[in-house]
Every structure is written in structure tokens, then in C-alpha cells.
Design a protein. Structure first.
Length: 509
């Protein structure tokens, strides 16, 4: 049958085979080529007619034949083969091909097989690009998921919640952490109106509402600190930040912001402010005491001078001279108190200095013991020195200040002891430091008293006992010891006496 142009079906089939891009061929049971279309010839750089009669190994070459031989043998066994492979094209570049071997079976006998090879390099590249894009998207999604998790965790750790208010719908959305901060059920919508106002102290709600109204009018962001109280009664402070969101026409259509739980921060700020106030008050007190003490010392020197003259004036009666002696004793006590106050004030203001030199601690302690023996005898308290004999205890310290510290500890051990009591002194060389221990058999102190031991002017209740004192000595001793690079410790129990341990740096050997 032919068409109006005189062409039969075979003509059109031939035209189709000649112009198709796929490689078409027929191989008989002896693996010899019986047909190849022009595309097949172009691939192998040969006229298709020249391929007729050639064997498949000869056309393909040893390397390609080794790659597809098992497919060809399978096709001759009547098995359809569909596989892809990489092979160099006519230009030597690697091409990716999809091969289809279909057995030619007649009356159950395989006469050969047809071959259709289609180049799919572009398809494979597109598939590879698509896989790479999908992998990249998967990685991006995973990073996004991790970022969201990290953001939620950061919000949880930092107690930062977020919110958005859409003006047109009057719908507010809270973040998960904001629900947690304000103690609301996240399965319920955020509270509105009066219910929302209940979350804040009245003044705080007025401040927050005024800030939001101003942001809606002016578009300016706001940041305010407000006091809140959750439905369960737990409360604290929040830092609320908000900003207006504009649409393409420049109109405000949303408010959004964050809420930060700052109760702990407020407490730290409050504690810091109280500390600063206390330190300022302490400095003012120290400066006042220093000025007053300086002013008192001048008239006191006159009192002491005239008291001494009165004691020496034999024209006065014995009674009047005894009165002068009392004035003299009280004046000296007051002068000692003033000197201690001036030293303490100087230490607190950084005006007091120490000059540390190589000195013998044992010799200084024994000198103090001799100086206070009369006071100890009057109180019926005995000294028990247990200092190393013949071996100097060399320390780095200011001799005048160390003497001041030792005298203070010894006089306290005498005053707060009892008749028949003891004051034991021991010293131990511990290599880099030397320890001096002053231990008494007095009334001792409670744990509460020990906590206030070095507080200036706190006599720990001794003011009710009639024992003279000012409550300055131990405070000053502690500061002086620390200025010389040492430390002072105390151990005591009620009714079991007290032990003060002073540690000073040892002198270089």
C-alpha cells in the first residue's frame, strides 16, 4: 500500500529509523550485525552499511565488549536486558546511555536480538542536580530545624518569650516560652482585655498600655520594665519590648515584641544598689569618725596635761590628786580609743600603711607578755608561753603593728577570762608562714557571736558585763594582719574559751 506520494509504510518506517537519535541495531544469533541505523554508525564513526556482517566484539572493541557481553549472552537466551552504563562517545567524552536488548524469538527459537541505546547524559545530569538540590534542601531543612530547636532552647534558658498582635483580626499569638513565663496553658488562646490586665500590677499595666498606644500612634519602639503576677501567685519583673510593623503602604498593621523575665537581674541590681549605699554610708561614717577623732585629740591632750600637773601639785589635797589620777587614767583610755579609731579609719580609707621588715616574732610576743603581766596579775590570770626556745621566729611584718595586734589579743584574753584562768601562747613555723596562737580559758563565744567577731564597735554583748572596751581592737587587728599579707582566725565555744590564730609570712631563709 502506498500514499498519494507513492510511498509505502516501509518508506516512512525507514525515514523514522534514519532520523531517530537513538542507536538502533539488530544482532543475529552469531552476534553479527544485520542492521544499524545512521545514529549507530555515527556513534562508532562508520557507515552503517560497513557494520553489516561484523561481529559485536569487533564493533564494540575489547573493553566495551567485556562490559556488556553478559547482557548479549542473556539476550540470546531469550532474556530481555535493560541496563545503563557509561561509555565514551564519538568525541571521546563520557556519555551515559540506557540500553535495551530485546530477543527476537520465532517459534520458540531465538534468532537474534534488537538493540536500542538512548543517550541519557542530560537526564542523568538533571537527576544528579535534582538529587543534589534535594540533599541541599534536606540539609537546609535540618539546619532550620536545629536552629528552631536552638532558638527555643535559648528562649527557654534566657526566659525570653515572643508575641504578635494583628490589629485587623485583633488576634494575639504567644510563643511557647511566653506561656511558660506567665503561667498560662499553651492549649488556650492568650488572655485579652481585663484578663490580660490582671497579669500586671496596676501601675505596671498603665505603663505597658501607654507604651503600646504610643507605638501604635508614632511607630516608635518601646522598652519598659513591669511587675507581673501569674495566676498561681508567683510574680516578678519583666522587660517588655515592642515594635510596630508597617505594610507596603506604610500603615501599622501589627505590633510584635519580646518579653524577658528579669526578676533575678532586678534582685542583683537591688543588692548592688544596697551594697553601694552601705559602702557609701560606711565611708561617710569612717570619714566622720576620723575628723571627730582628730578634733578630740587636741583638747584631750590639754586635759591629760593639766591632769598630770594636778597629780604633781603637792599643794592639792590627796583627795584632789586622786581625782586627777582618775581623770588621767580615763583620758589615756580615751586617747587609746581615739588612736584606734584613727588607725581603723585610715585602714578603711587606704591611708594607713605598713612597713614590713624581717623581725623576731617570739621576742616581740615575750615583750608584750612582760608589758601586760601587771594587768594579768590583777585579773588573777596566768600566762603560759610555749614558744620555741633559742630559735627566733622570723616573720615579715611591721613591728609596731604586730605589737599592736599581739597586745590587743593578749589584753582581750585577760579581760574576758576568769580568776585562776590561763592564757597559752604557742607559735609554729609552717615553712612559708608562721602561726601564733593565743588561747584563753574564758567564757567563749557562740556561733552567732563569731559571725560578728570583726564588726567594728560590736562588743558582742560585753558592754553589759562592765568590762572596758570599744569593739574596735579586733576589727583593726584583722585589717592590720591582712595588710601584712597574713590572716587571723578564731575558734571558740561557749564556756570553753577562745583561740585566736594569727598567720604572718615567714621571712626569707
Amino acid at each position: 500500500m502506498s500514499d498519494t506520494h507513492g510511498h509505502d509504510t516501509a518508506y516512512y518506517a525507514r525515514r523514522l529509523v534514519d532520523h531517530v537519535e537513538a542507536l538502533l541495531a539488530y544482532w543475529d544469533r552469531d552476534l553479527r550485525c544485520r542492521f544499524a541505523n545512521p545514529a549507530y554508525g555515527r556513534w562508532f564513526k562508520a557507515d552503517p552499511a560497513q557494520l553489516i556482517g561484523k561481529s559485536m566484539p569487533e564493533v564494540l572493541g575489547p573493553e566495551r565488549w567485556a562490559q556488556i557481553e553478559h547482557h548479549a549472552r542473556a539476550a540470546l537466551r531469550g532474556e530481555v536486558q535493560l541496563f545503563d552504563r557509561d561509555a565514551p562517545g564519538p568525541d571521546g567524552a563520557m556519555r551515559h546511555s540506557l540500553a535495551h536488548y530485546v530477543p527476537d524469538v520465532v517459534d520458540g527459537e531465538v534468532l537474534g536480538f534488537t538493540v536500542q541505546v538512548t543517550e541519557v547524559t542530560k537526564v542523568k545530569k538533571a537527576e544528579a542536580a535534582l538529587r543534589a538540590e534535594m540533599a541541599e534542601r534536606s540539609r537546609a531543612y535540618e539546619l532550620l530545624r536545629e536552629s528552631e530547636l536552638a532558638l527555643r532552647e535559648a528562649q527557654r534558658l534566657g526566659q525570653i518569650g515572643g508575641w504578635v498582635w494583628d490589629l485587623a483580626s485583633d488576634v494575639t499569638v504567644w510563643s511557647e516560652e511566653l506561656y511558660a513565663i506567665l503561667g498560662y496553658d499553651p492549649s488556650q488562646p492568650p488572655p485579652v482585655g481585663a484578663e490580660h490586665a490582671k497579669l500586671y500590677a496596676p501601675h505596671s499595666w498603665d505603663v505597658l498600655r501607654a507604651a503600646a498606644v504610643k507605638a501604635l500612634k508614632t511607630g516608635e519602639p518601646y522598652a519598659v520594665e513591669v511587675e507581673y503576677r501569674r495566676p498561681d501567685g508567683v510574680g516578678g519583673w519583666l522587660e517588655c519590648r515592642g515594635v510596630a510593623v508597617h505594610n507596603a503602604q506604610g500603615q501599622i498593621f501589627k505590633l510584635r515584641g519580646v518579653v524577658i523575665e528579669i526578676t533575678a537581674r532586678r534582685q542583683v541590681q537591688e543588692a548592688r544598689m544596697q551594697r553601694d549605699l552601705a559602702e557609701a554610708a560606711s565611708r561617710n561614717k569612717t570619714q566622720f569618725l576620723s575628723r571627730v577623732s582628730h578634733e578630740l585629740r587636741t583638747p584631750l591632750n590639754a586635759v591629760l596635761g593639766f591632769s598630770q600637773l594636778s597629780e604633781m601639785d603637792e599643794t592639792l589635797s590627796p583627795k584632789h590628786r586622786r581625782w586627777a589620777a582618775v581623770i588621767m587614767s580615763s583620758g589615756r583610755h580615751m586617747l587609746d580609743l581615739i588612736e584606734d579609731i584613727l588607725d581603723l579609719s585610715g585602714a578603711e580609707m587606704g591611708h594607713l600603711s605598713v612597713v614590713c621588715v624581717d623581725m623576731d616574732l617570739a621576742a616581740l610576743v615575750l615583750a608584750s607578755v612582760a608589758e601586760l603581766t601587771t594587768l594579768a596579775d590583777q585579773a588573777q590570770v596566768s600566762f603560759v608561753p610555749q614558744l620555741p626556745q633559742g630559735v627566733p621566729l622570723r616573720v615579715m611584718g611591721d613591728p609596731r603593728r604586730v605589737r599592736q595586734i599581739v597586745n590587743n589579743l593578749l589584753s582581750n584574753a585577760i579581760k574576758y577570762n576568769h580568776a585562776g584562768g590561763r592564757v597559752t601562747l604557742t607559735a609554729i613555723d609552717r615553712g612559708p608562714v608562721v602561726e601564733l596562737r593565743v588561747e584563753d580559758t574564758g567564757v567563749g563565744m557562740s556561733a552567732a557571736q563569731l559571725e560578728r567577731m570583726f564588726t567594728p564597735f560590736d562588743r558582742l554583748g560585753a558592754e553589759a558585763t562592765g568590762v572596758k572596751g570599744s569593739g574596735i581592737g579586733l576589727s583593726l587587728a584583722k585589717k592590720l594582719v591582712e595588710m601584712m599579707g597574713g590572716e587571723i582566725r578564731v575558734h571558740s565555744q561557749p564556756g570553753a574559751g577562745s583561740a585566736f590564730v594569727v598567720t604572718l609570712p615567714a621571712a626569707p631563709r
